[in-house]
Design a protein around this ligand. Structure first.
Ligand code: ADP
Ligand code: MG
Length: 148
């Protein structure tokens, strides 16, 4: 599926829809639900994460984690998910870094809902068959967002 959004708010709305879908869905595997957000700098990955988090009832504002690689939020609504993780791998070099950060354990826990920016950096640490959302920069305010 492919969607064009015409401003940041539309991208956040789209993220809300995906978050709702995932939040209510019964476990399809015995691990975390993981969404990989791919696309260049400024493509809208963090903007999408903000809409996603808001939809999960996260009150804290989700910021571009330029220096914070990983942030976790406790989820209060009734769901299989108890924790939301926002991870930005931009500054990670490889799988070793991912292991040092404890990402494999986070990915194993089926109570976790995880969004990952720059998943390419830790390819080998990621489970197979995760959801991928791809962001492309069309012009200043238009982004193409595709789902696998
Ligand atoms: P990334 O995390 O991919 O580097 P950000 O979400 O931090 O990107 O930045 C995207 C920037 O582009 C923000 O300043 C946002 O306001 C702007 N923007 C403009 N149009 C859109 C759109 N349609 N979708 C998402 N962001 C948009
Ligand atoms: Mg970002």
């Amino acid at each position: 599926m492919e969607v064009l959004t015409k401003n940041a708010k539309e991208t956040q709305k789209l993220a809300e829809l995906l978050a709702k879908e995932l939040f209510d869905c019964p476990p399809s595997s015995k691990r975390a639900a993981i969404v990989a957000l791919r696309g260049e700098l400024g493509a809208g990955k963090t903007t999408f994460s903000q809409g996603f988090a808001k939809s999960l009832g996260v009150k804290e504002s989700v910021k571009s984690p330029t220096f914070v690689i990983l942030k976790s939020y406790k989820l209060k609504a009734k769901s299989r998910f108890k924790h939301f993780y926002h991870i930005d791998c931009y500054r990670l070099k490889n799988t070793k870094d991912a292991i040092a950060l404890g990402l494999p354990e986070i990915f194993k826990n089926q109570e976790n809902l995880v969004l990952i920016e720059w998943p390419e950096k830790i390819k080998k640490a990621l489970p197979e068959k995760i959801i991928t959302v791809k962001f492309s920069h069309i012009n200043e305010t238009t982004r193409k967002i595709s789902f696998n």
